[in-house]
Structure formats: structure tokens, C-alpha cells
Design a protein around this ligand. Structure first.
Ligand code: SF4
Ligand code: SF4
Ligand code: FES
Length: 236
């Protein structure tokens, strides 16, 4: 990979294991081409300067949601974030346990979704039993997809919104007290889906959504209006 033109100093938070409390930083000077992305800089560092640097990605064009990191205090997708300054600080996404360097652990959120039945089940009784909130018995009518659900279906599950929410527990735990924007978005997707028959508003209330009334400040690098399209329908 050839990178040239702009000299950039990247300070990257390093963590060797999830037990490590104190973080260290590694600093790299790289020369990048105009229009280079944060992911390209990370790949260059991995290939040419430090093969121990850990970070995640797959698609490289903003589809898989795997490359979220915090760049100069803002959660972004590394593959679509262009390098625009000569001083760049990169950290792993916040409010989630860390695995190593820029890699975060998503399993806590996946386990939470599963434990509380926050998924669409062809067998409505299964998700309802897991959620503890049954609305009505299922009926089977032709399905019209609401506009709000179409907007929410653009979610890449990158967790940048989860990282940016200041009401979450920084350690990534205690989701039962306040579940955060990603979980609320998942609940809203189901709430707006005419095939779902679980009371998702009740679940959202139990997971602290009323706290959002004094904030309304969700952030999504994909431009999904999380507060308006996901949180408000659950609060109404
Ligand atoms: S709502 Fe936006 S920030 Fe949150 S997970 Fe989906 S795409 Fe990422
Ligand atoms: S409205 Fe504020 S508190 Fe609620 S999920 Fe969004 S960022 Fe977090
Ligand atoms: S690598 Fe897939 S979204 Fe960035």
C-alpha cells in the first residue's frame, strides 16, 4: 500500500487484555495520500510498522459496521472517515468491554438481546416468554412495512451510538438499568414491525428509556435519526 503527501501523527490507545485497567498509547508518524481513510492508516501501521496492532474491519466500504473507533473524541467508521488533520487520537469505542487495542467485545450486547427476547421470532410465544411482556395473541395479516422501520433498517450495528451515549455505564455493564440507543433501536425495529406481538414499549420503559427525555442527543455516523425514529415511538 502506498501512502504519501500528508504527514500525520496517530496516537493509538493500546490494551493488551480485558483485565488491563491502565491504557498505554503508541504513536506513529505516517505519510498519507490525500483522501486516505483512518482504516487505511491503521492497515499501513499494521503492515509496515507494528503487526501487533489489533483492530477490526471487513467490508472496507461502510457496510459491515465492524470498524467503529473513536477518532479525536468522535465515534466513526474507520473505513469511511477521511484523514483531515495532522494530529489524530484513536481509541476503542466507549461503554463496551475491550478485548485488545481497538477491538471491543460485543458479546454482552448480543447476550442482552437474547436474554430479553429482543429479536423477531417466527414463534411469537418464544420472544414473548423471554421478554416477559405479551401484547396480544398473534394475528396474521398482510404485512405493510412502515416508513420508520425502513429508516431504522439502515442500521449497520456499528455501536457508534452506544459509544456516544453519556448515560451508559462506561464499563459496559448494567444494561438492565439503562440499555442505551442501540438496544432501544432494536426494540423500535420490533415495535414498528407489524409481525411482532411483544410489548416493546414496556420493555423500553423497564430499561430506562425515560432518561432520554432530558437528553434527545443520540448520534449516528450513518445519519439515522435514532431519537426521532426509534426512541420517540417507544416513548409515545
Ligand atoms: S443507529 Fe447508527 S450508530 Fe447506532 S448502531 Fe446503527 S448505524 Fe451504528
Ligand atoms: S437520547 Fe441521550 S440518553 Fe437517550 S440513548 Fe440517546 S444519547 Fe443516550
Ligand atoms: S470495514 Fe465494514 S463498515 Fe468499515
Amino acid at each position: 500500500m502506498i501512502l504519501k503527501n500528508l504527514k500525520v501523527r496517530l496516537a493509538i490507545n493500546r490494551f493488551k487484555s480485558r483485565q488491563e485497567i491502565e491504557s498505554a498509547k503508541s504513536t506513529f508518524i505516517v505519510t498519507v495520500e490525500d483522501g486516505a481513510t483512518i482504516l487505511q492508516a491503521l492497515q499501513y501501521i499494521y503492515e509496515c510498522l507494528d503487526p501487533t496492532l489489533a483492530f477490526e474491519y471487513s467490508c472496507r466500504y461502510g457496510r459491515c459496521g465492524l470498524c467503529g473507533v473513536i477518532v479525536n473524541e468522535r465515534p466513526v467508521l474507520a473505513c469511511t472517515a477521511f484523514i483531515r488533520t495532522a494530529e489524530i487520537n484513536i481509541k476503542p469505542l466507549a461503554n463496551l468491554p475491550r478485548v485488545r487495542d481497538l477491538v471491543i467485545d460485543r458479546t454482552l450486547l448480543d447476550a442482552f438481546l437474547k436474554e430479553h427476547g429482543i429479536y423477531f421470532a417466527a414463534n411469537a410465544g418464544e420472544a414473548a416468554a423471554a421478554s416477559g411482556s405479551v401484547n396480544t395473541s398473534p394475528d396474521f395479516k398482510p404485512v405493510m412495512v412502515p416508513g420508520g422501520l425502513v429508516k431504522l433498517s439502515g442500521c449497520l450495528e456499528c455501536l457508534c451510538c452506544h459509544s456516544a451515549c453519556s448515560s451508559l455505564d462506561p464499563g459496559g455493564d448494567k444494561l438492565e438499568n439503562f440499555a442505551g440507543p442501540y438496544i432501544f433501536l432494536k426494540l423500535a425495529q420490533l415495535h414498528l414491525d407489524p409481525r411482532d406481538h411483544v410489548d416493546r414499549k414496556d420493555q423500553a420503559r423497564r430499561f430506562g428509556i425515560e432518561k432520554c427525555l432530558s437528553c434527545k442527543g443520540c448520534y449516528c455516523p450513518q445519519g439515522i435519526p435514532v431519537y426521532r425514529e426509534a426512541i420517540q415511538p417507544l416513548l409515545s
